[in-house]
Design a protein around this ligand. Structure first.
Ligand code: SAH
Length: 348
């Protein structure tokens, strides 16, 4: 019965909201194995056994927003704030280049010191130093003109998780000044301008129901993003959601499989949050259909301070510097880390 739903999802790329709910709530370990087999086959058809790597540079943890789940929210007085300089960021990129990274991701809080002009300057400097590399920005919500300006300066991709496609759920996770409507406006502007765009959500975010997830999946089908970032919610002790339970590995893996079937060519990371809740979380993510890893390239001294959630892995094998260790782990499950920009297939 459920296998028929999975087969139809593979053929048609979408199900009804009720069917998504049934597929998620009716999951069993056997069904998950079947889903992962289908997801791997689809992934191999488009991307073989290649795993793309992105060097993640967390360049500022100052943030003017106060999202209820996030450890770098402005209301967290205990956060030790830092901001990397342009030179420090260029050094990270240089090191990343040597290690074989051909995509850099600049991620940060919404830091007013990093004005549109300063970010534009960063984009130009990185693209001048590494013209062969792709540059991804992940710096939150901005007016269309600002996104256009950064794209004109050379930025290739943009990550902005939609967080949840259910407006009431969105409102329960964010302060009043942040709306699902504006988040969606940003995503549409980014896509219109010509960025490769990533959206996504946390699995097990407080208040999330299966119906919310079904809406997220329907939104993915409608929006057709080039990238999708999902990872388990992990509570942070200095946020209002400190006592909420962590999202599950098992459901995250299941959703990775579903997303691979829905968007066969999508760039789908096995995220740091997945690696944080289980030592083999990222390998399992790849076996469920993921094809991207985003190791941390930030200077070791600041890594511990970019704490969106507690216990975030930050040194050891998930660090960008441990590229060989990562390559070995990926090879041990039959995949290979490649030196490539790793663009979405329709863009090559
Ligand atoms: N300021 C940027 C980057 C945000 S951090 C932006 O607004 O896009 C990147 C992602 O981390 C967020 O989109 C969110 O989905 C995730 N995140 C934040 N807090 C988290 C938590 N406690 N557990 C798991 N993921 C979290």
């Amino acid at each position: 019965m459920m296998r028929t739903l999975i087969d139809r999802l593979e053929r048609e790329g979408v199900l009804s909201r009720e069917e998504f709910v049934a597929l998620i709530d009716g999951r069993t370990p056997e069904l998950a194995q079947y889903l992962f087999e289908r997801a791997r086959e689809v992934r191999h058809r488009h991307y073989c056994k290649d795993v793309y790597i992105r060097g993640l540079i967390e360049f500022t943890n100052y943030c003017k927003n106060n999202c209820l789940y996030c450890g770098i929210r402005c209301g967290n007085q205990n956060a030790q704030r830092y901001r990397l300089s342009k030179e420090e960021i260029l050094d990270c990129c240089r090191e990343g280049w040597e290690l074989g990274y051909r995509t850099f991701v600049l991620q940060g809080g919404e830091d007013p010191w990093y004005t549109p002009a300063r970010i534009e300057d960063l984009v130009r400097a990185i693209k001048a130093q590494h013209p062969e590399c792709a540059l991804t920005l992940s710096v939150g919500e901005h007016p269309r003109e600002v996104y256009q300006r950064w794209h004109d300066a050379g930025a290739d991709r943009y990550l902005l998780r939609h967080e949840t496609a259910d407006a009431a759920h969105y409102a329960s996770l964010h302060p009043k000044n942040l709306t699902l409507e504006n988040r969606m406006r940003c995503l549409r502007d980014l896509k219109d301008i010509g960025y490769q765009v990533g959206c996504g959500f946390m699995v097990g975010a407080p208040g999330q129901t299966t119906d919310c997830i079904a809406k997220d999946l329907l939104f993915l089908h409608e929006f057709q993003p080039q990238m999708v970032g999902i990872g388990p919610f992990i509570p942070h002790c200095d946020t209002p959601l400190r006592d909420a339970p962590q999202g599950s590995l098992e459901l995250t893996l299941y959703l990775l499989g579903i997303i691979r079937l829905m968007l066969p060519q999508v760039l789908l990371p096995a995220t740091t949050a997945l690696g944080t809740i289980h030592p083999e979380g990222r390998e399992q993510g790849i076996l469920a259909g993921a094809n991207v890893c985003m190791p941390n390239l930030s200077p070791v001294a600041v890594r511990k301070k970019y704490t969106l959630y507690n216990n975030k892995i930050s040194t050891g094998e998930e660090a960008a510097q441990s590229r060989d260790a990562l390559a070995k782990r990926i090879a041990s499950i039959g995949y290979r880390v490649v030196v490539s920009r790793g663009d979405h297939i329709t863009r090559i």
